[in-house]
Write a protein that binds this ligand. Sequence first.
Ligand code: HEC
Length: 152
Amino acid sequence: MTITRIVLLAILAGTATVACAAPEASDPAPMIAGRQATFRLSGAVMGSMKAAIDRGDDVAGQTFAANTLANWARVMPGMFPAGSGVAPSKALATIWSDRPGFEKAAADYQSAAAKLAGLAKAGDKPGFAAQWTELRKTCGACHDHYRQPDTH
Ligand code: HEC
């Protein structure tokens, strides 16, 4: 068997593997786990920002963290494809029945986080603290309409 043949066979085998794996891509479980993990990370980021505010830390060091929240807000709606509102997800069906409202809630979160990043970069401590509270409101505003209430 020539090297070219071995390479071609390997490529064909790879393609076959991808083709066989394709139906699994519609399994929503990894998407649900991925977005829930990212939401928890975003909660941790918010918590460490609040601790920095309470300590009176310089806020310039929070620019990167605030930008990651804005980036997450931008990609978040894409993490909610149709059919992914199944257990163990806490997503409400309103995400799909009122898609524009859900996307608006994500956009509000994104612009609040981007504003927070700007204030961090400017080293504006009081502005950063006030905007952190505004940003947190956008979390609740979305949860009120698009997530099952916390049961714990
Ligand atoms: C545009 C809507 C929206 C915004 C804005 C939003 N969330 Fe959520 N969040 C959701 C939805 C929907 C779920 C449920 C996801 C699931 O279970 O599939 C969720 C779940 C969560 C969870 C639970 C994850 C788990 O393990 O079940 C946490 C924690 C969370 N969000 C924190 C935040 C924080 C903190 C913010 C703001 C910094 C925020 N969220 C902003 C929609 C949003």
